[in-house]
Design a protein around this ligand. Structure first.
Ligand code: F6P
Length: 314
């Protein structure tokens, strides 16, 4: 006999059931669920925008801006109705947005549509979320209780961590997030590297570190989208993503609050590491919403090696 519906559903663990089984607190469960559902609406907008772009390349810039704004609007509205959120900080907003009646207990950060400049190329893009208690303006290790990201690619996948490991889900045709990998664990060492920044702007220590990886035969994997690039390291269970300090820009390019903290939280939960080359990303105090930091994230061997090279060269 072939695989019947009941045999199939027996093995399906959807997101809500997984969080409940993992003992995630009820309000946090509902919030994560609601944000994951929001990913479906954002994905519908991406789809709409790609249809508009067909044959109309010259409107691409406008379409990208509109898409970034609508993803932000969708998220903000969903959070507003959740009842659990007090403040929302988004890469698309200049200031912190007060949400609801001011009695929600979570503080949510978002990069609603990271890598939206890749929409016209049909490469993967993503949404990145951090969930905090009390405030965002402190060290991530003090305030963060959960993080998730959604990858809009050939499939829509979502990885979340509520401090009990990192888990991947796939959005199925029935519109449910179904568990695809529980407890993702990064190997101590990987074989891929993903590098931002121009070689001519790298510091000596960083250049020597990259030469070390190249000498060991690491394969280059860089799409220019932070979400798919990090997702690749995580799902391939090792390797490194870095956007380093540059000679003219010692803070690098990526935003600590909206991009780096959530990914650091997830990578750490998967047994990996995330540093700015010296300090853990989650130990860096956030003083401004748009604060940037260099990042080295992935398997512990590569991250430690990066620190060694940077320290030797300083
Ligand atoms: O922060 C936006 C972003 O597009 C990230 O998604 C990505 O990792 C990075 O910038 C790419 O930067 P660059 O174009 O300098 O390689």
């Amino acid at each position: 006999m072939g695989e019947g519906i009941s045999d199939y559903t027996k093995f399906v663990v959807d997101l809500r059931r997984h969080m409940w089984m993992a003992g995630v607190e009820m309000e946090l469960r509902r919030l994560i669920w609601q944000i994951a559902v929001t990913g479906k609406y954002i994905s519908a907008k991406i789809h709409e925008s790609n249809r508009k772009l067909a044959g109309l390349r010259n409107v691409y810039g406008e379409e990208q801006l509109a898409l970034d704004r609508s993803a932000d609007e969708i998220l903000k509205n969903q959070l507003h109705h959740s009842g659990f959120v007090r403040q929302y900080a988004s890469e698309e907003q200049e200031a912190i947005v007060e949400i609801g009646q001011g009695n929600g207990k979570y503080y949510v950060t978002a990069d609603p549509l990271d890598g939206s400049s890749l929409v016209d190329t049909n490469l993967s893009i993503g949404t990145i979320i951090g969930i905090h208690r009390e405030t965002f303006l402190t060290e991530g290790e003090r305030s963060m209780v959960a993080a998730l990201y959604i990858t809009y690619g050939p499939l829509i996948t979502m990885v979340y961590s509520a401090g009990k490991g990192a888990h991947e889900f796939v959005l199925n045709r029935e519109g449910e997030y179904v568990l695809s990998q529980e407890n993702i664990r990064l190997n101590e060492q990987g074989s891929i590297y993903s590098l931002g920044g121009l070689r001519k702007d790298w510091t000596d220590g960083h250049r020597q570190f990259v030469e070390f990886l190249e000498g060991r035969g690491y394969k280059l994997r860089y799409s220019g989208g932070f979400v798919p690039d990090i997702n690749q390291v995580l799902i391939k269970k090792g390797g490194i993503f870095t956007y380093p300090a540059l000679k003219k820009n010692p803070h690098g390019k990526l935003r600590l609050l909206f991009e780096l903290q959530p990914m650091a939280f997830i990578a750490t939960q998967a047994g990996g590491m995330a540093t700015d080359g010296h300090r853990d990303i989650l130990s860096i105090p956030v003083e401004e919403l748009d604060q940037c930091s260099p990042i080295y994230i992935g398997s512990s061997f590569e991250i430690r090696k990066a620190s060694e090279f940077l320290e030797q060269a300083s």
